[in-house]
Write a protein of this length. Structure first.
Ligand SMILES: Cc1ncc(COP(=O)(O)O)c(C=O)c1O
Length: 470
C-alpha cells in the first residue's frame, strides 16, 4: 500500500507549554491520543474551546461521558446547591437523600421487574470489581466467562475480563484465574466465517443460537469446564472500545437462556452503551432482555466520577438471601458522594425528559448520512449504530474487506490516527475504537446541524485520505 502523506495537527506555542509541563510530571502510561493534541480551556454543550480560543465540535464527549453536554446548567445548579449543604460524609456508613433518590431512580429505569439493590462506586472498573465479587460470593463458583474484544477497565478485574488489546494486559500476570474468553458476534468479520442469519441454524433450549455462542455451549462447556462451576457471564450489549460492535438481536436472549439453565449470573456492562446513548435507557432494552446485574458509569453524572452496580436483591442483600455477602464484605469511602449523586439525579432527569428522544432522532439522521458517505467511498466497510453510538469500520477496499496495515504513514501513524488527526485540524473531535474503527459518541444534546457539520468534515477527510490511495 502507498504511504499516506500526513502531517499531524500543529501545536501552538501556548498549548505546547502545557504539554511540556504535563510530560515532566504525569505518569507515562497514559494513552495520550496522539492525533488530538487538545489542551482545553473550557467547554459548553457540544463545543470545546482550547487555550487559544479555538472551538471544536465534540463527537467524543470525553469517552461517552458528558451525555447531557458539557456543563449543563441544571447539572451545575444541582451540584452548586448540594455543595452548600453537604460535600462528604461517606455513603457506605451514613444516610442522606441524594444517594437514596438516585438509587431509587436507577432501580426504576434498569430493566427487570424484580427487587434490586444498588452499590455506588467511583469508576467503571469499580463496578466491574463489584460484579465479580458479588458473583463469586453468591455462587461460590470460581469460573467466569467474558468476550474477545471486550473492554472492562484497568484494574485487575477489569484487565482480566477485558479481551481488547494485549497491550492492556501485557506483563501484569498473573491475572484473576479461571476466566474464559469467547468470541463476540463481530458479524462483519466473523472469525468462524459464518454469515448472519445463516449462522442461526443451531438452537439452545428452543431458541436460536448464534453460531459463535455454540463455542461456549459445545466447546467450552463440553470440553473444558462444567457450567455449574461458572459464576458469571459478563458482556457489553454493544462492544464499546472493541469497535462499537452491535451483536445480532438473538445474542442476548441466547445468553440469558444459557445463564438461566446453569444458574450463572448474567451481567451487562452498559458503562459505555447505557444511559440513553442508544435512544433507550439501556442497549439491552432494544431486545427486552434484563441482566441479573447492570453496570453503569460514564454518563450517569455528566462527568462527575460515579458508577453504579444494580443487581437483583437476592444477590446483594443478605436479608433477602443468606448466600449474599455480609455487611463489611464490600464498600468504598467515596461511593455515592452527595454532590455527585445530585449531579446524577439532575442528569437522569435531563436524559429522560429530552435526550433519549434526541439521541434516537439525531442518531438516525447521522447514521443515514454516514451510510450515504460509505456508499460514496471505498474505505468505509460498514456503518453500524443505535442512537448516538455509531461505529465506522475502515477497510482498504470494501469489496475485499481487507483492513489497513498497522502503520499507514512514514511516521508509523495508523489509519485511525490519520483520520482523527485530519478531523481535529478541521475542528472535529472524533475518536478511534478497536483496531480498525472510528466511533461517533457525541453528547446526546447535539442538533441535526451539529450532525451535518460533522458529516461534512468526515467526508472531506475520507475523500482526502482515499484520494492518496489511488
Ligand atoms: C464498557 C466499559 N466498561 C468499563 C470501563 C472502565 O471504566 P473506567 O475507565 O471508568 O474505569 C469502560 C471504560 O471505557 C468501558 O467502556
Amino acid at each position: 500500500m502507498k504511504k499516506i502523506d500526513y502531517t499531524p495537527p500543529e501545536i501552538s506555542k501556548k498549548a505546547q507549554e502545557f504539554i511540556t509541563r504535563d510530560k515532566k510530571i504525569m505518569f507515562g502510561a497514559h494513552t495520550r491520543t496522539r492525533s488530538i493534541p487538545l489542551v482545553v480551556d473550557y467547554a459548553k454543550g457540544a463545543r470545546v474551546i482550547d487555550v487559544n480560543g479555538k472551538t471544536f465540535l465534540d463527537f467524543g464527549a470525553g469517552f461517552a461521558v458528558v451525555g447531557t453536554g458539557h456543563c449543563h446548567p441544571d447539572v451545575m445548579k444541582a451540584v452548586t446547591d448540594q455543595v452548600k449543604k453537604l460535600i462528604h460524609i461517606s455513603g457506605s456508613d451514613f444516610y442522606y437523600e441524594p444517594q437514596i433518590e438516585l438509587a431509587e431512580k436507577l432501580i426504576e429505569i434498569t430493566p427487570g421487574k424484580f427487587d434490586k439493590r444498588v452499590y455506588f462506586g467511583s469508576s467503571g472498573a469499580e463496578a466491574v470489581e463489584t460484579t465479580l465479587k458479588v458473583s463469586r460470593y453468591f455462587t461460590r463458583r470460581p469460573r467466569m466467562i467474558s468476550f474477545i474484544g471486550a473492554f472492562h477497565g484497568r484494574t485487575f478485574a477489569g484487565m482480566t475480563m477485558s479481551g481488547s488489546k494485549k497491550l492492556q494486559r501485557a506483563h501484569f500476570s498473573s491475572l484473576i484465574p479461571e476466566v474464559y474468553h469467547i468470541p463476540f458476534p463481530y458479524c462483519y468479520n466473523c472469525i468462524f466465517n459464518e454469515t448472519y442469519p445463516h449462522c442461526l441454524r443451531k438452537e439452545f433450549e428452543g431458541i436460536p443460537l448464534p453460531y459463535c455462542l455454540s463455542y461456549l455451549t459445545d466447546v467450552i462447556f463440553e470440553r473444558l469446564i462444567d457450567p455449574e462451576d461458572v459464576s458469571l457471564i459478563l458482556v457489553e450489549p454493544i462492544q464499546g472500545e472493541g469497535g462499537y460492535i452491535i451483536p445480532p438481536k438473538e445474542f442476548l436472549p441466547a445468553l440469558r437462556k444459557i445463564a438461566d439453565k446453569y444458574g450463572i449470573i448474567l451481567a451487562f456492562d452498559e458503562i459505555q452503551c447505557g444511559m440513553g446513548r442508544t435512544g433507550k435507557w439501556f442497549a439491552c432494552d432494544h431486545v427486552n432482555i434484563a441482566p441479573d446485574i447492570m453496570l453503569i458509569a460514564k454518563a450517569i453524572a455528566s462527568g462527575f466520577p460515579m458508577s453504579a452496580t444494580v443487581g437483583k436483591a437476592e444477590l446483594m442483600d443478605p436479608e433477602v438471601d443468606s448466600r449474599a455477602w455480609r455487611p463489611g464484605a464490600h464498600g468504598s469511602t467515596f461511593g455515592g458522594n452527595p454532590v455527585i449523586a445530585a449531579a446524577g439525579i439532575a442528569s437522569l432527569k435531563i436524559i429522560e425528559k429530552e435526550l433519549m428522544k434526541n439521541a434516537a432522532e439525531v442518531g438516525d439522521f447521522l447514521k443515514k448520512g454516514m451510510i450515504e458517505i460509505m456508499n460514496r467511498h471505498r474505505i468505509i466497510g460498514e456503518v453500524r449504530g443505535l442512537g448516538l453510538m455509531i461505529g465506522i469500520e475502515l477497510v482498504q477496499d470494501k469489496k475485499t474487506k481487507e483492513h489497513f496495515p498497522s502503520a499507514v504513514t512514514i511516521n508509523r501513524e495508523n489509519i485511525k490516527e490519520v483520520i482523527t488527526g485530519e478531523c481535529f485540524k478541521r475542528g472535529l473531535i472524533l475518536y478511534g475504537a478497536g483496531f480498525n474503527s472510528l466511533r461517533i459518541s457525541p453528547p446526546l444534546m447535539i442538533t441535526k446541524d451539529d450532525a451535518a457539520e460533522a458529516l461534512k468534515i468526515i467526508e472531506e477527510v475520507i475523500t482526502k485520505v482515499e484520494g492518496q490511495l489511488l
